[in-house]
Design a protein around this ligand. Structure first.
Ligand SMILES: [Zn+2]
Length: 295
């Protein structure tokens, strides 16, 4: 790197993450350094208004030489490109709200939306190949091959929450039965138990680990990716008990010789890292998950 480029300020991006329990926003530099950031508890009413006020606060506190070049918002997928909205299955809070337009107008920078799972996959890949599952409010993820996130016909590849893992399982919010989401999605588990996630019975933690391990074995065989990563709040809470069950089931189910060195690693990111990586990819035009979007 030349002396000239070393002296230039790093590009900055506005990263936003929307969850059932939090709204987070912050300024993140191209090298991942976090700047001004803030978060609030997701309100039960008018979440878009609360989000825009959060962005106002973050931008008001941002020094002039750290103004963001672009913005990315991660949230409950899938994303509806035409309307610039999240359209999560079975979760009403963010469904159909015109997030992209509202954020772009408020901040004055090009804005794109990406599902939390796909954003996690882009960040976890670090430009290489990875199969990523994000176990948060939803079970979501993505497949990255040689740095490029697989899009799919509708830009929604990676909705791993709706993989069939138990043919006789309970009904999922999508209308099918036995989806991974029912067993390993935070919202599904909390709804089933009526308890906080931390109070989930051990049998359900074991079951979640088994189902995720089973799904990972099928996915590894399907896409021939050795590097599998999992992250999200479910693992933060369920910890070793979950991870042990997941790994054990994966090893039991994954018998293909060419995948004998496939591994599942737990990789946790800051809540804004996925969106920051998406924004950076959009700004520099490198293997962006989707084409950059007009508002
Ligand atoms: Zn489903």
């Amino acid at each position: 790197m030349s002396a000239t480029s070393e002296a230039a300020p790093l590009p900055r991006f506005l990263a936003v993450d929307l969850g059932e329990r939090h709204l987070a926003a912050g300024i993140v530099a191209a090298d991942g350094t976090m700047g001004i950031r803030d978060r609030v508890v997701t309100p039960s009413r008018d979440p878009l208004d609360a989000l825009l006020r959060l962005l106002d606060r973050v931008l008001a506190a941002t020094p002039d030489d750290q103004r963001p070049l672009a913005c990315a918002v991660s949230g409950p997928g899938p994303v509806d490109e035409a309307s610039g909205a999240f359209r999560p299955i079975g979760m009403d809070r963010w469904h159909g709200l015109p997030i992209r337009k509202a954020v772009a107008e408020r901040t004055g920078v090009m804005t794109m939306l990406e599902s939390s799972g796909r954003a996690y996959a882009v960040a976890a890949a670090e430009g290489e190949s990875v199969l990523a599952l994000h176990l948060g409010d939803q079970v979501d993820g993505g497949v990255v091959v040689d740095g490029a996130l697989i899009a799919g016909a509708n830009g929604r590849a990676g909705m791993f929450g709706h993989l069939l893992v138990e043919p006789n399982g309970p009904e999922c919010s999508c209308g099918a039965v036995g989806c991974l989401e029912v067993f390993a999605g935070v919202q599904s588990i909390v709804t089933q138990t009526g308890r906080d996630l931390i109070s989930t019975p051990a049998a359900l933690i074991d079951r979640a680990g088994i189902m995720v391990g089973r799904a990972c074995a099928s996915l590894a065989a399907m896409v021939d990716v050795r590097r599998i990563v999992v992250g999200g709040v479910l693992i933060e809470v369920f910890r070793d008990r979950f991870v042990d069950q997941m790994r054990s089931e994966f090893e039991e189910r994954c018998r293909l010789s060419h995948l004998s060195d496939a591994t599942i690693r737990v990789v946790q990111h800051h809540v804004l890292t996925g969106a920051a990586t998406v924004a950076r990819a959009m700004d520099i035009g490198e293997a962006a998950p989707r084409s950059a979007l007009d508002i």
